[in-house]
Design a protein around this ligand. Structure first.
Ligand code: HEC
Length: 257
């Protein structure tokens, strides 16, 4: 068997960040952490933009057109699934479908998330949609939650696929390739990035890190700011805070307005 370089550094960095940030998005699914949840959502969008361009202009096997999605491929793959030797150096046909579904569902989840954030909370890019007509509308939040559940199902499918592959086709070392980029293959094949791809990946990485730093420095930016003025009850009505604050939630509070 030959050692082939299949997944470039940008592909692997994208994969880790995408996984970690989606996990963080689920962990910050809490009203108190909503602003963090939103920043994480926008960050995932930057990763998604990178992945779509990478799918169009990236290296071999990362390109969408190298995803073996045809009906014939699926059939052939399923017929030979127990064979130890696999002919797919990149994603196999089933994995390709899960991959594309994940990208689409993540996009829709972010889109409805931004809408729910604006309509229901009066925050972020579409905070102007929060007026008397819209603010009680729970539609976008509900769709957002349904999509998040579909995403969980896709993640389970993805991880199960990797496990099954590890069991059936261990010698190709697909799991290790997530970290190293190298797979064991029948023919040797090594991808190489051109200068345009390297610069684009670097630029997107800078935008991604830059966006996170920007949110640390400027937490009241257009992506998450509320259209409401925060009320500091402590300075405006101290008696209310000391007498009633222990039982009644004071809203909107300074801390997450
Ligand atoms: C020991 C806890 C506690 C403290 C302190 C407290 N409340 Fe309450 N308050 C409650 C509870 C419990 C209710 C009943 C909620 C219910 O019936 O749904 C309530 C109900 C109310 C309601 C009626 C709300 C409604 O929707 O009908 C008002 C108004 C209110 N409180 C004002 C105050 C004010 C003003 C203070 C401070 C002076 C205060 N409360 C302090 C526990 C507290």
């Amino acid at each position: 068997m030959e050692k082939s370089y299949i997944w470039s550094l940008p592909t692997r960095v994208f994969h880790s960040l995408f996984a970690v940030f989606i996990l963080l998005a689920f962990l910050t699914d809490d009203d108190k952490l909503l602003n963090y949840h939103a920043v994480i959502g926008y960050s995932i969008f930057i990763l998604l933009v990178f992945r779509v361009f990478w799918g169009l202009f990236g290296p071999k096997y990362s390109k969408f057109k190298d995803f073996p999605t045809g009906k014939k491929n699926v059939k052939e793959f399923l017929n030979n699934i127990f064979e130890e030797n696999q002919k797919y150096l990149g994603h196999n046909p089933l994995a390709s479908y899960v991959m594309i579904a994940m990208l689409v569902v993540v996009f829709l989840t972010i889109f409805t998330g931004v809408l729910a954030f604006g309509v229901q909370e009066g925050k972020g890019l579409v905070s102007f949609l929060n007026d008397t007509l819209f603010k009680d509308m729970k539609l976008f939040k509900e769709i957002h939650e349904v999509l998040a559940n579909i995403l969980i199902a896709l993640i389970v499918a993805h991880v199960s696929g990797v496990m099954v592959d590890r069991f059936l086709h261990k010698k190709h070392q697909t799991l290790n390739s997530i970290v190293t980029g190298y797979k064991m293959t029948n023919e040797s094949e090594n991808i190489k990035l051109n200068i345009f791809q390297k610069l684009f990946a670097l630029l997107m990485f800078i935008v991604f890190i830059g966006f996170l730093i920007f949110n640390l420095i400027e937490p009241k930016n257009v992506f998450i700011a509320s259209k409401f003025e925060p009320i500091d009850y402590k300075t405006q009505n101290e008696v209310f805070v000391t007498e009633c604050g222990s039982c009644h939630t004071l809203y909107p509070t300074q801390s997450f307005a």
